[in-house]
Design a protein around this ligand. Structure first.
Ligand code: HEC
Length: 147
């Protein structure tokens, strides 16, 4: 019984699908890029005082992706070359993620766990309260004799 459970647990941990590109890009960015470009890609990473690094959130455009992949893979100025660790495909995943970020906050509007504001409010209940505390006048308590 225990061994069956262990096997089931092991099988459950095997990823059955690849991460969607944006999600993969976010993870790659958090491994390789935030130190300069910032956690939210606003150009404010811990190395940015020494190595001024441009903000990237919401600032990469689809038509520039080829040129930007080239920068990522081969470096530019103080930016290191990432071709030993990243592929063209990986680089494009990062760019896809960066493209979708809010340029002001650097937040990902599509990320799970950050639902749009109206989803945080409780769902509308049908307007049928179980009790009507204000409805005095015709129940037993209100049936006391007049003074
Ligand atoms: C050591 C700091 C550093 C790291 C780490 C770094 N970058 Fe950069 N990046 C820079 C700097 C500095 C520039 C500006 C280069 C220049 O002067 O042309 C730059 C430029 C860029 C540009 C071009 C922006 C533009 O509009 O021209 C992109 C895209 C970019 N980086 C993406 C990344 C990605 C993706 C990673 C991680 C895989 C990364 N960078 C890691 C410092 C860094």
């Amino acid at each position: 019984m225990l061994s069956v459970l262990l096997i089931l647990t092991a099988v459950a941990k095997v990823p059955t699908t690849l991460k969607p590109p944006r999600e993969a890009g976010a993870a790659l960015y958090q491994d390789n890029c935030w130190q300069c470009h910032g956690e939210h890609a606003l150009g404010d990473g811990p190395l940015s005082p020494q190595i001024p690094s441009p903000p990237l959130a919401g600032r990469v455009e689809r038509q520039d992706f080829d040129a930007l992949v080239d920068i990522i893979l081969h470096g530019a100025g103080p930016m290191p070359a990432y071709d030993p660790v990243l592929s063209t495909h990986n680089s494009r995943s990062i760019l896809l993620w960066l493209e979708g970020l809010d340029p002001v906050t650097g937040l990902d509007p599509k990320a799970a766990g950050e639902p749009p504001e109206d989803e945080e409010e409780p769902p509308d209940e049908p307007a049928e309260p179980a009790q009507e505390p204000e409805a005095a006048g015709d129940d037993e308590e209100a049936a006391a004799p007049p003074e």
